[in-house]
Design a protein around this ligand. Structure first.
Ligand SMILES: [Mg+2]
Length: 256
């Protein structure tokens, strides 16, 4: 660690101690890593594939894909089954191109064969949290196998042991009981916990309902379904994403 990061880690330790925070739980996708980029690039490839074979306008096809994806999300959430449903809807729309559209499913399922990279500043941020001695955990509702792959490829064990990774039901947004379960597994209380995430309902509101006072929203995804809801009062909002978390926490709030 550089002198500057050691200084920030010291200030962070002071800050967390002052608040009685013993446990920090992070969301993974789009909080720590660039998950949305992987989705977007594979969705673009799929839309190009369908547009080419159905001789449709690319932008129209992209619009359909976004709509079908949003509609399928209500039933299938973040499971891979969502893409089967999206493809089924495209087949209904273009029955003459059934075979070639079905081939495109592979493009969408390729999402789960790669690991998104760390967001700018995420590794340094996790490093500073480790230096404070506070306990760290991850709470994610993504596919279990994919979570394992991401954990391995990103060498997340440098920061968080696998036993501290909580993979919850992918058929719904994280709920208050998911956060509470994770907190209890660490042997702490909600008031000793800080939760950092980018999904307003599943991370911030659900954690607050679980009794977590220290809820921290970091800008991550741009997907509108993850941005619905109002921040509970006192939520810390980190503009620019996880790379700005440390500075936001250790800089005293302006007195008004
Ligand atoms: Mg997320």
């Amino acid at each position: 660690m550089t002198a500057e990061s050691l200084r920030k880690a010291d200030l962070l330790r002071e800050h967390l101690r002052g608040e009685g925070t013993e446990l920090c739980l992070f969301d993974l996708d789009d909080t720590l890593i660039y998950t949305e980029r992987i989705f977007r690039s594979q969705m673009e490839r799929f839309a190009a594939h369908v547009a080419m074979h159905t001789k449709s306008d690319y932008r129209d096809t992209w619009g359909l894909l976004v709509r079908f994806n949003d509609e399928a999300f209500s039933e299938y959430k973040v499971t891979k089954s969502r893409w089967h449903e999206v493809v089924r809807r495209f087949v209904d729309k273009f029955p003459d191109q059934k075979a070639v559209i079905k081939n495109g499913l592979e493009i969408l399922l390729d999402i789960y064969n790669v690991a998104p990279g760390f967001r700018e500043g995420a590794e340094e941020t996790l490093g500073a949290f480790i230096a404070t001695g506070v306990e760290l955990g991850l709470v994610t509702h993504a596919d279990y196998q994919w979570t394992r792959l991401k954990y391995a490829l990103l060498e997340m064990d440098r920061f968080i042991p696998w036993k501290n990774v909580h993979v919850v039901n992918p058929y719904e947004f994280k709920t208050s009981s998911d956060w509470l379960d994770a907190i209890s597994k660490h042997g702490f209380l909600p008031e000793q916990t800080m939760v950092v995430g980018d999904n307003v309902l599943g991370d911030i509101i659900a954690a607050r309902e679980a009794g977590v006072e220290k809820t921290v929203y970091v800008e991550g995804t741009t997907w509108k379904l993850y941005l619905e809801g109002e921040f509970p009062s006192g939520t810390i909002v980190v503009k620019g994403g996880i790379g700005y978390l440390l500075d936001t926490l250790i800089t005293p709030a302006p007195v008004v």
